[in-house]
Design a protein around this ligand. Structure first.
Ligand code: C5P
Length: 221
């Protein structure tokens, strides 16, 4: 049955955006809603997996009792949580839209406009969580990535598959109406070292079923 298919599997999922503090009241963020990652978490739990959901700041609730949720805010916190969790997981699904850069320093007080005409923020690169887990991935573990591309999607996705040591990557194209950030629907392709599968536009819950169908097939190989 569906509820036994992933029985005993430990699955770690990252979801949502990260917020990188500028000062006590401001941050750098992005439009990720977390809906895709949360749908994946519910689908994995429904099929019997023990899920750890590492969630950035989102307005979403978890339903299933087999989802253990860890709330984080920044890329650094998400990195720490993922590093701690992945070694004991069977699968890592990296669905979060992690900030690529953070302010080098966080102002202790709210930055004032005063008489300044300009403000320069110095940014530094955050850790690439996916790449760091790709490096420590063992033979018996799977790592699944996401890619949102605006151009050269196939080539960029293949590059990420290799660089981050993913087993497969889920591509969503911003070129498709109704796909990507904030929408309740998504249109994906799954790319691995054997080829590419294209899916039609559908609700994120059904997209999650397609992705976990693919994952379950890889797990039973
Ligand atoms: O390089 P890019 O950000 O497009 O790669 C997307 C994939 O890498 C996603 O699976 C995303 O969750 C993951 N990623 C990450 N840590 C980062 C940046 C991206 O885990 N700092």
């Amino acid at each position: 049955s569906a509820s036994a298919e992933l029985q005993g599997r430990k699955i770690m999922i990252t979801a949502g955006p990260t917020y990188e503090k500028i000062d006590p009241v401001r941050f750098i963020g992005n439009y990720s809603s977390g809906k895709m990652g949360f749908a994946l978490a519910e689908e994995c739990a429904r099929r019997g997996a023990e899920v750890t959901l590492i969630a950035g700041p989102v307005q979403l609730k978890t339903q299933h009792s087999r989802i253990h949720r860890i709330d984080v805010e920044s890329a650094r916190e998400m990195y720490e949580a993922a590093q701690a969790c992945f070694p004991t997981a069977d699968v890592g699904i990296l669905c979060a839209a992690v900030a690529d850069f953070r302010p080098e320093t966080v102002a202790g007080q709210k930055i004032k406009r005063e008489k300044e005409e300009e403000l320069t923020l110095h940014l530094q690169a955050t850790q690439d969580i996916a790449a760091s887990l790709g490096k420590i991935k063992e033979e018996n573990q799977l790592l699944v990535g996401f890619a949102l591309e605006t151009n050269n999607e196939q080539q960029n996705a293949e590059g990420k598959l290799e660089r981050k040591n993913f087993d497969f990557i889920v591509l969503n194209s911003l070129n498709d109406a109704g796909a990507g950030f904030r929408h309740d629907t998504n249109k994906i392709s799954i790319i691995d070292r054997k080829g590419r599968k294209d899916y039609s536009l559908k609700p994120k819950q059904e997209v999650a079923q397609d992705i976990i169908d693919h994952l379950a097939a890889v797990l039973t190989l």
